[in-house]
Design a binder for this molecule. Structure first.
Ligand code: AMP
Ligand code: GLY
Length: 472
């Protein structure tokens, strides 16, 4: 089978690696010359990944059987719609369904209309006056989010990104004055996790749970980023995440796909739920309409050899054979090498020298992100995340240690978070949830409220069907 992979980051390199193991032919369309992807591809074309006409022309010229869209910007630009209109089976939702990621307001309103549990209190002020009132209306700390795509960098959390409620209100107002819709949400306390699933007409098919590290600096300091690294556990849960809570998160994913379907929005692609595990259970922070980056790198590293091409073809054509859902029972740790200043003022253009064969020989995978080839064994940073190093072992901290020991084969000016996947960090997160859930702990302000009091009234949908729908 011949696949078109759209996008040029580590997520797309990880997709291409898994496809290559099933002996698929790969054609790449990306803006940058990713050396890892280009090596796997029979042909690699530089293009704007948000240009639907150009991508359809490439898919036709290359006679691909299936197209896989990596980046959210391509989905938001209607690339999947154009490919399907050209009768090319595609992994990635149409623009209308991809709003689940591209518009946080669409997402919250959809979930409120269909009474899907696990939502925080939220409000979407339509004017600067309303923003002041909304900020004053929260009893505790809150979060300000632009509604649109921001690569994870536009969200301001009280206590981390601003101190006083009035500063949050100022930020919300400045966004509104630029013409951006904005959401204010109560600040949730807990541990974040990502739960991804393949979604198609025949149901949802879960991947291992992953914890991403969003903040730029060690100890979860610094600004929010696209993700500095991530880990997954051997049993596909997480040290702080019991199966019952993972299953509640999957119910939220399932209910959301049903809600989209009830609104006549078909979804064939990847659905990624970003959750906060609170004292009261998982609460949805956001959806993404694609593999997470880096979470997709963790999950796809675990995909068993042999049939990823068939799995993706099944997603694209509407029927997945559940026996294709094979993820190895191993722990993974991904750490990103990023340009100095990443998260705030990244310095593009720096050159990294790495001995990839020596790293691979230690059992650590080199997954290339948004870098350009710069000569033998060298890559040039763009302003985005550069190289993902992936360690695999039976325990998470061992996988992390493997990545650390591979760093001796990397030279250049880069930054990475050493704390990802250490025993100390894992213990801290486990303890955090234990403390939140201890008998006598302050009860969660958030007992899985059905919807925000500020949400628009439910206008249609059949909520009970969603929660009682049999597991598929
Ligand atoms: P989002 O793009 O909505 O996932 O937000 C980016 C990051 O901001 C999340 O990964 C969290 O770290 C943080 N965040 C978002 N919403 C909340 C919330 N309601 N409470 C606490 N932290 C949040
Ligand atoms: N790691 C978060 C994301 O892919 O958006």
């Amino acid at each position: 089978m011949r696949f078109l992979v759209v996008g040029g980051g580590a997520r797309e390199h990880a997709i291409a690696r898994a496809l290559e193991l099933s002996e698929a032919e790969i054609v790449v369309g990306s803006a940058n010359a990713n050396p890892g992807l280009d090596r796997l591809a029979v042909r690699s074309t530089r293009l704007d990944p948000t240009d639907p006409a150009r991508i359809v022309a490439l898919a036709r010229a290359e006679r691909v059987d299936v197209a896989v869209i990596g980046p959210e910007a391509s989905l938001a630009a209607g690339v999947a719609d154009a490919l399907r209109a050209a009768e090319i089976p595609t992994v990635g939702p149409d623009r209308a369904a991809a709003q689940i990621e591209a518009s946080k307001l669409f997402c919250r309103e959809l979930l409120a209309r269909h009474r899907i549990p696990g939502q925080p209190k939220w409000v979407a002020p339509a004017s600067v006056e309303e923003a002041d009132r909304a900020a004053a209306g929260f009893a505790g700390p809150f979060v300000v989010k632009p509604s649109g795509l921001t690569s994870g960098k536009g969200v301001w959390v009280q206590g981390s990104d601003f101190t006083e409620a009035k500063d949050g209100a100022m930020y919300a107002k400045s966004l509104l004055l630029q013409g951006t819709r904005v959401l204010l949400e109560e600040k949730l306390e807990g541990e974040e996790f990502s739960q991804m699933a393949f979604v198609t007409d025949s149901g949802i098919y879960p991947m291992p749970a992953v914890q991403d590290f969003k903040r730029a600096l060690e100890g979860d300091h610094g600004g929010n980023t696209g993700g500095m690294g991530a880990y997954s556990q051997r049993d596909h849960l997480l040290p702080f995440l019991p199966a019952a809570d993972r299953d509640r998160a999957l119910e939220i994913l399932r209910g959301t796909v049903e809600a989209l379907r009830a609104e006549r929005l078909s979804y064939r692609g990847i659905l990624y739920g970003g959750f906060m595990l609170t004292a009261g259970g998982p609460v949805l922070l956001e959806f993404n309409a694609r593999f997470g980056d880096p979470e997709g790198v963790n999950a796809l590293t675990l995909y068993e050899e042999g049939d990823f091409a068939e799995l993706l073809a099944g997603v694209a054509t509407g029927h997945v054979d559940p026996s294709l859902l094979n993820f190895r029972q191993r722990a993974t740790v991904v750490k990103y090498l990023v340009p100095p200043g990443y998260g705030d003022h990244p310095r593009a253009g720096g050159v990294l020298t790495l001995d990839a064969p020596a790293i691979e020989a230690t059992g650590v995978h080199v997954v290339y992100g948004s870098v350009d080839a710069a000569g033998p064994g060298q890559v040039r940073f763009t302003s985005s995340r550069g190289i993902a190093l992936v360690g695999e072992a039976s325990a998470i901290h061992e996988a992390g240690a493997r990545v650390e020991s591979a760093l001796r084969y990397v030279k250049g000016d880069y930054y990475l978070r050493h704390d990802i996947g250490t025993k100390e960090d894992l213990a801290r997160r486990w303890e955090h949830i234990r403390r939140l859930r201890a008998p006598g702990a302050r009860p969660s302000p958030l007992p899985l409220s059905v919807a925000s009091p500020d949400a628009p009234p439910a206008s249609h949908g059949a909520p009970e069907r969603l929660l009682s729908s049999p597991a598929r």
